[in-house]
Write a protein that binds this ligand. Sequence first.
Ligand code: URA
Length: 429
Amino acid sequence: MIEPFAAVEIIATKRDRNELSDAQIDWVISAYTRGVVADEQMSALLMAILLNGMNSREISRWTNAMINSGERMEWSVLDRPTADKHSTGGVGDKITLPLAPLVAACGGAVPQLSGRGLGHTGGTLDKLESIPGWRAELSNEEMLNVLRDCGAVICAAGPGLVPADKKLYALRDVTATIEAIPLIASSIMSKKIAEGTSTLILDVKTGNGAFMSDPVQAGILARTMVELGKSAGVKTRALVTAMDVPLGLTVGNALEVRESVEVLAGGGPSDVVELTLLLAREMIDAAGIVGKDPEVALKDGSAMDVWRRMISAQDGDPDAVLPIAREQHRVLATQSGMMVGMDAMKVGVAAWRLGAGRSRQGEKVQAGAGIELHAKPGDEISSGQLLMTLHTDEAERFPRALEILEGCMIIVAGGTVNRLPLVVERIEA
Ligand code: URA
């Protein structure tokens, strides 16, 4: 086959700040997925996009070309409306775990294709894999069966779903091109549109524990994704939410599952409960479900029932004792005063160094590793009080985790808390 373009010309177009044509975009994504465009050529193009941007037509075409690189799922056989949420990732962000069964308990069908963690942010699949026996990889038929029987399924995206993103994401990760808004938006939305959900709520994180620390940039990303969803016929809304402090009191795989189960049992930390209910209400409303109160479904055990069925359907044991790390280290306060702030990024990196995350794709994570927080901003602290418990299977990991945690909790006498509001912005198309 004679290829209609030369990759070099396309790179030069973007390098010189010109617009890529629809035909150029369609070809370059398809040719890269087929292996015709080399990694070094795509790296140059990605860097040109990061530096010079893309307009909304280019972003929309790029996203469609990515979707067309693989299969599209569809759920018309289900008798419930589909609703999904996607978070751009944060520290202690375990919301998917209680949220998916909660929305299912309220009458939605939640096809949640999730990822593994990379860097300082945790991945939903790593968390669930700490439940003995639980299986992330499902065939499309198994996925449909779990979704039909339980109302929600959380699993890994199969190899046929947006193969272009699998290659592009890995390349961006090693070429310092992750942070470009057109590339983040197209990566997330191509997968969500191909997944076939009819309703999507985006939780775009901002603050120092998020990929988009600047709320203005987070808002631009949110609007870009809502527009992409709208033009693909997916009812999409976005909440820009705070990630200046970790969510809840746990960071790490099994620790976060434990906290999620507490929420499903009607307890759990107030910020996790509040965000779970907020997102559930958005999903239910956008999906057109009326007369259901997610708060009731948390209290009356119906969300917990869905969770137990969902975990069992993927060979997990909902009653199994969760793994506990072999070693613990307690961090005590060295002064008294008000805790006025906490650096979420430092907590995320420390949990990662303790073994909760991976530094290379494919590496194994420790199920029990992570951090328990015993105090949060707004709490009065006394010198000697327990602030954090660090967990790992390998005690030699403590020094590097403690190094990054130095100064991560700001305690001052008579200080006032300076935090982002939970919801910074709400965007609806
Ligand atoms: N999550 C994704 O799936 N893609 C990105 O580019 C960033 C976060």
